[in-house]
Design a protein around this ligand. Structure first.
Ligand code: PLP
Length: 253
């Protein structure tokens, strides 16, 4: 299926929201205190489809390329029609792009802090961009749970240390949770996704080591192919692109 037509976006969104709600209802009582957040990943899709999804009630959107976040974040139609939009940056952030990302109006969170250097860079820069004196920049720490070389994120063994750095040394940042992408193409019918289990274990470990209230630390995991499965395993934040907006052609397709 190619990019959906405008009217189809509302349908795609509704189908995803219904499945999300059904998956939430299947969770055990230990997870019943929250509803997972749906982040609509609009990468490669035009501003008009973002507006369409917004008008169908969607508020949280994700982008993983800096240039696309800048383009859509500053798009005049999105700015005038989507006043309450909340952008999640979910891609690899290089230190030399920090200022550009932080200048995006309605930036809600950076989900992909993978190093102390990046955390410190964001911490130092945020006072130049925040709208009110005390506001903190929400961040998640990205963990490379699959250990694949091409995946970004800190190593699992470093995660607790990096979270501690954010909490202790980055006074302009608000640590909100941990995020993973994981291996692509895992088939959930063969058992729980090992990346999701790893992120859950790290959640336990980090909360224990740093004495954090488990309920305040989010887990960002799950995409189009496996968001229901991720929710059943405790995800608080699923990042869903193609199931809402349609297939993204690969280069040359
Ligand atoms: C593209 C992307 C997604 C969404 O992928 P789909 O398979 O289209 O749902 C989620 N998370 C990240 C980090 C992405 O880059």
């Amino acid at each position: 299926m190619l990019t959906r037509k405008m009217a189809d976006i509302a349908l795609g969104l509704r189908a995803v929201r219904d499945k999300l709600a059904a998956a939430s209802a299947r969770r055990g009582p230990e997870l019943a205190h929250f509803e997972p957040r749906l982040v609509a990943v609009s990468k490669t899709k035009p501003a008009a489809l973002v507006i369409e999804a917004y008008e169908a009630g969607q508020r949280h959107f994700g982008e993983n390329y800096v240039n696309e976040l800048l383009e859509k974040g500053h798009n005049p139609d999105i700015l005038s029609k989507c006043k309450d939009i909340r952008w999640h940056f979910i891609g690899h952030l290089q230190s030399n792009k920090i200022n550009k990302v932080l200048a995006v109006p309605n930036l809600y969170i950076v989900e992909t802090v993978h190093s102390k250097k990046l955390a410190t860079g964001l911490d130092n820069a945020w006072p130049k961009f925040r709208k009110t004196d005390e506001s903190l920049l929400k961040v998640m720490v990205q963990i490379n749970t699959s250990g694949e070389e091409e995946k970004n994120g800190c190593e699992s063994s470093e995660a607790s240390n990096l979270v501690k750095h954010v909490i202790d040394n980055c006074k302009n940042l608000e640590f909100t949770g941990i995020m993973t992408i994981g291996k692509y193409g895992y088939d959930p019918s063969t058992g729980p996704n090992p990346d999701f289990l790893s992120l859950r274990d790290l959640h336990n470990k980090i909360c224990e080591e740093l004495s954090l209230d488990r309920k305040t630390v989010e887990l960002s995991m799950g995409m189009s192919s496996d968001y229901e499965h991720a929710i059943e395993l405790g995800s608080t934040n699923v990042r869903v692109g193609s199931s809402i907006f349609g297939h993204r052609p690969k280069k040359g397709e």
